[in-house]
Design a protein around this ligand. Structure first.
Ligand code: ZN
Length: 130
């Protein structure tokens, strides 16, 4: 089962917790065991799993990605968002989560984040459960 989920981002760089949407997609698929792929079809955003309990973790990730890949850095790509393309590449465009007992088998502190690097924008993620 494939579902699409809309994500509205409010800042240029932002990590949005999309775990509830993924859990909903898994429940809607009605399977007990399987795999869930969460895919980001954008070149300046990504999807990643990390700690969701302390919001400072996401803040640190974004702050240090900015140190690694600053917004202006003498890039060749003339559109002005070269850093966003590079950050998207570092983060990755999909995650796979095991479905166990009808739920995503996430660790206690894990959340699934949509990672925006060129917002604010209206984005989408594609969720496949099988
Ligand atoms: Zn670009």
């Amino acid at each position: 089962m494939i579902t699409r989920h809309e994500v509205s981002t409010g800042r240029r760089c932002q990590m949005v917790d999309i775990t509830p949407a993924v859990s909903y997609a898994v429940h809607s698929a009605g399977i007990e065991e399987g795999m869930c792929v969460v895919y980001c079809p954008h070149t300046t955003a990504g999807v990643r799993i990390n700690e969701g309990a302390d919001p400072d973790v996401a803040a640190d990730i974004l702050a240090h990605l900015e140190k690694l890949v600053p917004a202006s850095g003498g890039y060749k790509h003339a559109e002005g968002n070269a850093d966003a393309h590079i950050k998207s590449t570092l983060v990755g465009s999909s995650v796979t989560v095991i479905v166990e007992n009808g739920h995503p088998a996430l660790g206690t502190w894990q959340k699934i984040f949509f990672c925006e690097f060129d917002g604010p924008r209206q984005r989408k993620v594609i969720i496949s459960v099988r």
